[in-house]
Design a binder for this molecule. Structure first.
Ligand SMILES: Nc1ncnc2c1ncn2[C@@H]1O[C@H](COP(=O)(O)OP(=O)(O)OP(=O)(O)O)[C@@H](O)[C@H]1O
Ligand SMILES: [Mg+2]
Length: 395
């Protein structure tokens, strides 16, 4: 806020970064309101939502007949916003060719409409925002380095909500008051334990999530006095399958991520051990797995027996006749399966691969409906749209 207020009266470009839902769309409005251009127009453009083919024309305008369907000449946002502020949201999504045009406007105030050769001038304050790591985008050749330095004259990094805990209860009260007025109901109130729970929650979706949850509780709960138990119903578990661990002396609730992770890992290990035990049982009793094993399964079966504690030498694999099938004959299997150390060999998945995987699954589950998929993933529809483009998932 301090940086925003200091930079507002200057005409410098500002680049706002921060996680999804932190309030990147709020700051440009504050800067505009406190700037010398406050009486001029304020135009917010979501670069991630404009198709690549039309973005130049949207931003810089076009001449009549410059492309099929251009029946009339059209002013672009940079011309319309003359004397005001233009907010380029999701700027990392801007195509490289458009980035070159933007750089020119930033450096000289000059631009050329699509299909024209006439150089026009505009006096616009540019504020940009992104929740993408632009330095990575530069490395991948998706973002011009010179444009980054030009836009980033003054960087504003909005910290995630969990790193500004003092804001959480304050914002909750503000939202609660707003929703009470909107729905004409008394304001909801948290007791001390619920307040501690709210303050120590992780808030993956940041302010957006806090606002949504405050609205849900305001609308759904009959009692206006909200305790921790009630609040907990509205706080999603941190990731889809993570159990929630609540610690503390009763007056405060505290989440330890390490505890949660340990619990998940132990649960996973136990599940895996149980699963392997079942498979071993099935193989031993020839039960349900009565069919012949393919040779490629031999390695898997050997590994399985190693994992559950049977020395490989005790497994005798006999090849059936001249054909290619393998039938395992097991002479002994360790009883002590539960306590055996299991090493799960798995290709390490990068966060990005996990993300792609989750998005694909959510889209498949909701039959391509982005709204429902985004809700399931706990991200905004726009963020999902951007990620689909980024990972080229829109096949
Ligand atoms: N300081 C704030 N005061 C009041 N409301 C806020 C504040 N910060 C954010 N919000 C609200 O939180 C919601 C999310 O904010 P915003 O749309 O600016 O997020 P964002 O950072 O642009 O997220 P994304 O990267 O997903 O687009 C909005 O409804 C916004 O009004
Ligand atoms: Mg946004």
């Amino acid at each position: 806020m301090d940086i925003a207020m200091q930079v507002a009266p200057t005409d410098l470009s500002v680049l706002i970064t921060g996680e999804s839902g932190t309030g990147k769309e709020v700051f440009p409005q504050i800067i505009h309101q406190l700037s010398s251009k406050k009486h001029g127009p304020y135009i917010a453009v979501n670069c991630g939502a404009i198709p690549e083919g039309t973005i130049d024309s949207e931003l810089f305008g076009h001449e009549k007949g410059s492309f099929t369907g251009a029946h009339e000449a059209r002013k672009g946002y940079f011309e319309v916003a003359n004397g005001g502020t233009i907010f380029l949201d999701e700027v990392a999504e801007m195509p490289i060719a458009t980035q070159a045009r933007l750089l020119r406007v930033l450096e000289s105030g000059e631009f050329i409409k699509v299909g024209s050769s006439k150089v026009l001038k505009t006096n616009v304050r540019v504020i940009a925002a992104t929740n993408v790591n632009i330095l990575q985008a530069i490395e991948k050749g998706k973002f011009r380095e010179d444009l980054y330095y030009r836009l980033n004259t003054v960087p504003i990094v909005i910290p995630p909500l969990r790193e500004r805990k003092q804001d959480i209860f304050l914002m909750f009260r503000k939202f609660a008051a707003d929703f009470a007025a909107k729905y004409r109901m008394p304001v909801i109130k948290l007791n001390a334990e619920a307040e501690a729970l709210l303050t120590n929650y992780y808030w993956h979706g940041n302010v957006r999530q806090l606002k949504n949850i405050t609205e849900q509780i305001s609308v759904i709960e009959k009692s206006r006095d909200i305790n921790a138990e009630t609040l907990l119903k509205y706080l999603p578990q941190q990731t889809s399958s993570l159990p929630m661990v609540v610690k503390g002396d009763g007056s405060t609730s505290e989440f330890s991520e390490r505890d949660i992770l340990y619990k998940v890992l132990f649960d996973m290990k136990k599940d895996l051990t149980d699963l392997k035990k079942i498979v071993v049982d099935l193989i031993e009793n020839d039960n349900g797995l009565n069919q012949d094993f393919q040779p490629e399964n031999e390695q898997i079966i050997k590994k399985l027996y190693q994992d559950v504690g049977t020395p490989e030498t005790t497994i005798r694999l006999g090849y059936g006749g001249g054909n290619t099938t393998v039938k395992p004959k097991i002479t002994s299997v360790s009883e002590d399966i539960q306590d055996h150390e299991i090493v799960v060999e798995q290709q390490p998945l990068s966060l990005q691969e996990l993300e792609v995987d989750m998005i694909k699954k959510a889209l498949a589950k909701h039959k391509g409906k982005r709204k429902s998929a985004a809700r399931e993933l706990g991200i905004s529809e726009r963020t999902l749209y951007r990620k689909i483009n980024e990972y080229k998932l829109d096949l």
